[in-house]
Design a protein around this ligand. Structure first.
Ligand code: GLP
Length: 240
């Protein structure tokens, strides 16, 4: 794994942006694997700014998102489909038809997972952007998820519910279940870019880079990926 330690959040976002821009410039039809959470917001702002100022086009770019809460209405401002529009897609010239995410309101969860897995087979990510949970989760793959798992529905752990509750009015409002790509779908990406900032991620980052590869720390599987880059700030790198 290549490790790049950035000065701060701004610097981390700039370095991440440079990697993503290279992928889009080299292949205007690239498939971008996208993540939600607060970590990639700076990167998304830089992509929007670059599109505005330099005209970098996303018209033919295709996207697949990692995960989505189960049960939220798509108009809910807590859904990840809403998050992606508000923080990225609405600021690019991307065709929304080319953007993909699990349907958190699907009637048949098993069929929805199968649909998403089939889609990922034909839309292999040229780059997969990831954040990391404080317990080492990636997407919504919580500790204990088999590395071989594909898209599935998960019960979120108390620690993830607590971490994510800051974005909801009340902790009771955080959905208990979510759809997520599995580690296998993530590892299938041609290139992986994982971002982390802040001291609360230091322990997970240490496990990601230096720990044993174990399903107890889902992100550790990335040590087996041939082209994975971690860009983190100094606080997140403090235990390395
Ligand atoms: C959620 C998302 C993950 C994300 C993680 C960290 O659980 N499903 O994809 O990486 O939160 O979020 P943040 O970037 O806000 O710390």
């Amino acid at each position: 794994m290549k490790v790049i330690i950035a000065k701060d959040y701004e610097d981390m976002s700039t370095k991440a942006f440079e990697l993503v821009k290279r992928v889009v410039t080299e292949n205007p039809e690239a498939v971008l694997g996208l993540a939600t959470g607060s970590t990639p917001l700076g990167l998304y702002a830089k992509m929007a700014e670059d599109h505005r100022e330099n005209g970098t086009s996303y018209r033919r770019v295709r996207t697949v998102n990692l995960d989505e809460y189960e049960g939220l209405d798509i108009t809910s401002d807590q859904s990840y489909v809403y998050f992606m529009r508000k923080n990225l897609f609405d600021h690019l010239d991307i065709d929304l038809e080319n953007t993909n995410i699990e349907n958190g309101r699907a009637e048949n969860a098993e069929a929805e997972c199968a649909r998403y897995n089939a889609l990922l087979e034909v839309m292999r990510q040229d780059i997969q952007i990831l954040g990391i949970g404080s317990n080492g989760h990636i997407a919504f793959n919580e500790p204990g998820t088999p590395f071989e798992a594909e898209t599935h529905v998960v019960e979120l752990t108390e620690s993830t519910i607590k971490d994510n509750s800051r974005l909801f009015a009340r902790v009771e409002d955080v959905p208990r279940r979510a759809y997520t790509m599995g580690p296998k779908n993530i590892m299938n990406a041609r290139k992986i870019l994982i971002l982390a900032n802040g001291a609360n991620k230091a322990k997970a980052v240490c496990g990601l880079v230096k720990g044993k590869v174990t399903e107890a720390l889902p992100a550790s599987v990335l040590q087996r990926h041939p082209d994975c880059t971690l860009v983190c700030d100094e606080a997140a790198a403090s235990l390395l």
